[in-house]
Design a protein around this ligand. Structure first.
Ligand code: COA
Ligand code: AMP
Length: 622
């Protein structure tokens, strides 16, 4: 059953160049690559291409212009609208003409701070067409985070919309953009505002999107720029362990080849079939599998503006799958837990069914076995956990379902995907025995599609390869079992996954520590039945501080205000002392166990053994 997978994996390692040269045939190159991999120029060096051409124009030229490309399904606005490939070409051309009129050319950066609407996708693809580098910023981030990205990416243009819709709430974007622009040192030459009918915004400093598109409608559509394989397609900022976001740079050539390969060999979706990733375009899953992956192979992609529950109910996933004939569905475990909480007996799924769907893929955080079991039971479909990171851009551990592999083990993310050679390493850099947990590492060079630098931060990129020379340190801990399944157990650093969103507890600590009256603090991820983890803060306050009772609320508001609502910090405990080792290191694991109500042992290295009991009483007392 798994022979095709095993052959492919071996081939990708032993005959790497031939393997990827074959995969590269799925892409239309302007200039064919001169070589498959070059240490300085990366994947498909010498090759030139345009990603937007590969996503749209070539399908239209092949006579598939009438095929559906993008289906916008928005239960929060009561809209379902389908765009054919020809319509998508037209829309993207119009936005490209608008950007060109604003002076955007190859290599310029464009920040896109927009909700889940078709114009966001048009904008990304328009940048790709021009060779401009887009950087989409997730709507849940606060102005300060947006400002940091503006300063790092120094965009020529910033695109935004009047509002996002979060369940029942309408969130105005323009005030956040204006605040970000007062905080940032860099000021984009132009800000363009797409007015949504749900909430009009005062344009302030922004130009009106619709008027600009109208004004440039007679301009010639800018041609697809010829880009080198290693020219950046986009920058996507993700949480590192500090307050400074890491700008992952994605290159055109490797990205196009890797995503096309994954659509065919992991997901098994091609032209004429529908793929739905229920993510947000602000995250890497949204980039790869709402926008680029499905379009590269001529499939139909679903852009869903809603929540798993409450828009309007816990049947919304199944209804959307059935309505659009979704063949493969991709979501995060947290979303399934939210659905299960509302509909534990799976009434909706048995009533509505899952239409043509043949498999459900999960990623973004560890999928707990119980959630997988529930979903397999209620849907009757294979549920496939797979693992990846913003840095990699596509799955590196999976069951390659479309290669005929059906092996799954609940709690494991699957097997190394072709192109990725994994090792589980101990602190000495040597592989640990099977079944033993260690640092999950991937042999360098990484497969096509994975990052080869960080924007403005080459040194930060190199750090990922410093702990284990020759290996990329993923930051995750895990183990191989006797059958070769690789299970990921959690991060080895200060990053946590909250409702499928990657956040830095280190960054939250920096914000908390700056608050008046706070002497010391620790932010850790506590187990949560729906979100997987939620951040919890422990705060030691200055003796004599006069507003101790207000400090938790102040700390929570500061994190929300500076990082954004998505931080989801809702609990802060004022404590007299943090548990520390004798050398002064905060015992975060102990805090995590206490706050998650797990049994714990008092570490031998603890400075004051009386602290854990006091903390436990504090947590239980709340
Ligand atoms: N714009 C503005 N605010 C946003 C936002 C956005 N794009 N996304 C989230 N927020 C806000 C939420 O409204 C919420 O605000 P609140 O504290 O006022 O309620 C806060 O940020 C936290 O959001 P979240 O953690 O997403 O919680 P939730 O209760 O709104 O929803 C889930 C919980 C599980 C339903 C939801 O997180 C989900 O669907 N997660 C899946 C994530 C995913 O697909 N990740 C991609 C990896 S595959
Ligand atoms: P992001 O860069 O936002 O995609 O987050 C990447 C991190 O999410 C990984 O380093 C893991 O810690 C976690 N993650 C993603 N997918 C999985 C999975 N299938 N199982 C366990 N952890 C996962």
């Amino acid at each position: 059953m798994s022979e095709a997978y095993q052959r492919a994996w071996r081939d990708s390692i032993e005959n790497r160049d031939q393997f990827w040269a074959r995969a590269a045939e799925a892409i239309d190159w302007i200039e064919a690559p001169a070589c498959t991999y070059d240490d300085t120029r990366g994947w498909f060096a010498g090759g030139t291409l345009n990603t937007a051409y590969n996503c749209i124009d070539r399908h239209v030229e092949a006579g598939r212009g009438a095929a559906p490309a993008l289906v916008y399904d928005s239960p929060v606005t009561g809209t379902v609208r389908s765009y054919s490939y020809a319509e998508l070409q037209d829309e993207v051309g119009r936005v490209a003409a608008m950007l060109a009129r604003l002076g955007v050319t190859k290599g310029d950066r464009v920040i896109i701070y927009m909700p889940m609407i078709p114009q966001t996708v048009f904008a990304m693809l328009a940048c790709a067409r021009l060779g401009a580098i887009h950087s989409v910023v997730f709507g849940g981030f606060a102005p300060l985070e947006l400002a940091k990205r503006i300063d790092d990416a120094t965009p020529r243009v910033l695109l935004t919309a009047s509002c996002g819709i979060e369940g029942a709430r309408t969130i105005a974007y323009m005030p956040m953009v204006e605040e970000a622009l007062t905080l940032s040192a860099h000021k984009p030459e132009s800000v363009v505002l797409f007015q949504r009918e749900q909430m009009a915004a005062d344009p302030g400093c922004a130009q009106d999107w619709a008027s600009l598109v109208e004004a440039t409608s007679t301009d010639p559509v800018p041609p697809c720029a010829e880009l080198a394989s290693d020219d950046p397609l986009y920058i996507l900022y993700t949480s590192g362990t500090t307050g400074t976001p890491k700008g992952v740079v994605r290159e055109n050539g490797g990205h196009a080849v890797a995503l096309a390969w994954s659509m065919a060999n992991i997901y098994g979706v091609g032209a004429g079939e529908t793929f739905w990733a229920a993510s947000d375009v602000g995250w890497v899953v949204g980039h790869s599998y709402i926008v680029y992956g499905p379009l590269l192979v001529g499939a139909t992609t679903v852009l869903f503006e809603g929540k798993p529950v409450g828009t309007p109910d816990a049947g919304t996933f199944w209804r959307t799958i059935a309505r659009h004939g979704v063949k493969r569905f991709f979501t995060a475990p947290t979303a399934i837990r939210a659905v299960r909480k509302e509909d534990p007996d799976g009434h909706f799924i048995s009533e509505i069914g899952t239409g043509d769907c043949g498999a459900i893929f999960l990623a973004g955080e560890r999928a707990d076995p119980d959630t997988i079991a529930w979903l397999e039971d209620k849907s009757g479909l294979p549920v496939i956990d797979h693992w990846w990171q913003t840095e990699l851009g596509w799955p590196a551990i999976a069951t390659c379902f479309a290669l005929g592999d059906l092996r799954r083990k609940r709690g494991s993310a699957g097997f190394p995907v072709p192109g990725f050679e994994f090792a589980v390493l101990g602190e000495d850099g040597q592989p640990v025995p099977q079944g033993t947990s260690g640092a999950v590492a991937i042999r360098a060079p990484l497969a096509p599609g994975a990052f080869r630098t960080l924007w403005n931060n080459a040194a930060g990129y190199e750090k990922n390869f410093a702990a284990f020379p020759g290996w990329y340190e993923t930051g995750d801990a895990g183990y191989f079992d006797e059958e070769g399944f690789l299970s990921i157990m959690g991060r080895t650093d200060d990053i946590i996954n909250v409702a499928g969103h990657r956040l830095s507890t280190g960054q939250m600590e920096q914000i908390v520590a700056q608050q008046d009256g706070v002497v010391e603090c620790a932010v850790i991820g506590a187990d949560d039945a729906i979100k997987g983890m939620v951040p919890v803060a422990f705060v030691v306050v200055r003796s004599g501080a006069d507003d101790v009772a207000q400090i938790p609320a102040r700390v929570i508001a500061a994190v929300r205000g500076e990082l954004g609502a998505v931080a989801a910090l809702k609990t802060a405990y004022v404590v007299d002392q943090l548990p520390k080792t004798r050398s002064g290191k905060i015992l975060r694991n102990l805090l995590r166990k206490i706050v998650s109500g797990q049994p714990f042992e008092i570490p031998a290295t603890i400075d004051d053994p009386s602290v854990p009991a006091r903390l436990q009483a504090r947590v239980l007392g709340d």
